[in-house]
Design a protein. Structure first.
Length: 361
């Protein structure tokens, strides 16, 4: 295992950046003895994790430790400057930025750990993600919050906070989970999280959390706007719920259009705007749908949605040479206590269709 260890001394502490096998860790220490002890513990931990490749590869985050000592707006400005004026040496580029803005070169000691903690700096250079971020800043891309969300989610410490925010924990309480004590770190982290909370990616996570909670516990469905890009994930979640909890009724629907499958052997594979239903490694069906929000008179809106999706479902059957398509339309009924119904319709390659409405959970 190759490890790169960089130690940066600031006035009141040491910052250590450890890189190796796709994992980055950020340490802070107040003294040399604390630095040595922490470094030994982290290296031992890294080598222990390395013994299990599966554990390392399955982790949704690879950056350990959080460090921030400058405003997120300044960090984005620095990245954009480096991308716009790149001439090979990114370290020298940071120095040029500091010089051109009348700032002390000692600020380098807080810039590098922050970039590293977000996976934007490695082995003395901007990463590919940093270059994409810089281009988004320069162009004023509306995708900047989504891009930041994906970058921040790679930090294991921040990822836990994001999960709690999506579950409804207030931002001030979520920040406390990080154990930050410096007021500037708390403010800068709050600003970063506020940006990503405005992203479609975060709203997708919020919706997924609300849906999972509703399917598990019932009660009122805390409906929020659902970005178009994450509709399919919710359709798949509800399909899996129906398979596990309404399997008998799904089998009846399928048998009514002469389709026989083993629900215990199927899984789904997202493909663009629909998902393939796979059994024994072979695609046998398609899953397509949309989420609608309406009042208790849901039938007209549900019928309209299904009529729009049916030709698409039939086209997928023919294109993929499948046995059937299933249209799933979750219906959020808005009243004092929002609840959910699901319009499920199954059709075969002959064009025969059968439908049923389920109350959830």
């Amino acid at each position: 295992m190759d490890l790169s260890i960089r130690i940066i001394q600031e006035s009141d502490e040491y910052q250590v950046i450890i890189e190796g096998d796709g994992v980055t860790r950020i340490l802070k220490a107040k003294s040399i003895n604390e630095l040595i002890n922490s470094l030994g513990t982290e290296i031992k931990d890294l080598l222990t994790i390395r013994e299990s490749d599966d554990a390392l590869k399955s982790s949704p985050c690879t950056l350990r430790g959080w460090y921030i000592r400058l405003p997120i707006s300044k960090l984005l400005d620095i990245i954009a400057f480096l991308v716009r004026n790149r001439q090979g040496d990114d370290t020298e580029g940071i120095m040029k930025y500091l010089d051109s803005h009348g700032l002390s070169r000692s600020n380098y000691r807080v810039i590098i750990p922050t970039l590293s903690a977000l996976g934007l700096w490695k082995q003395g250079r901007l990463t590919r993600e940093a270059e994409e971020l810089g281009k988004a800043v320069i162009s004023g891309s509306p995708e900047l919050p989504n891009l930041l969300y994906k970058i921040v989610s790679r930090n294991c410490v921040l990822r836990k906070v994001i999960e709690k925010l999506a579950e409804g924990l207030p931002i001030d309480d979520a920040i406390k989970l990080l154990g930050l004590t410096r007021r500037d770190e708390i403010n800068y982290t709050s600003n970063l999280l506020e940006i990503i909370m405005g992203s479609d990616e975060f709203r997708c996570l919020q919706y997924s959390k609300a849906l999972d909670n509703y399917l598990r516990n019932g009660g009122c469905f805390m409906a929020i706007d659902l970005p178009k890009g994450c509709v399919l994930n919710q359709i798949i979640t509800i399909f899996n719920y129906l398979v596990s909890n309404r399997g008998f009724h799904l089998m009846n629907l399928l048998s009514d259009v002469d389709v026989t499958i083993n629900l215990s052997l199927i899984n789904t594979q997202p493909i663009n705007d629909y998902a393939l239903i796979i059994q024994g490694g072979k695609p046998i069906g398609a899953l397509i749908g949309d989420v609608i929000t309406t009042n208790s008179n849901y039938a007209p809106r549900a019928r309209e949605t299904v009529d729009r999706l049916e030709p698409i479902a039939m086209k997928v059957i023919k294109t993929e040479n499948l046995m059937f398509s299933m249209i799933i339309v979750p219906i959020i009924i808005m009243d004092e206590c929002p609840r959910m119904k699901v319009y499920a319709m199954v059709g075969n390659k002959m064009g025969d269709w059968i439908a049923r409405v389920f109350d959830l959970p």
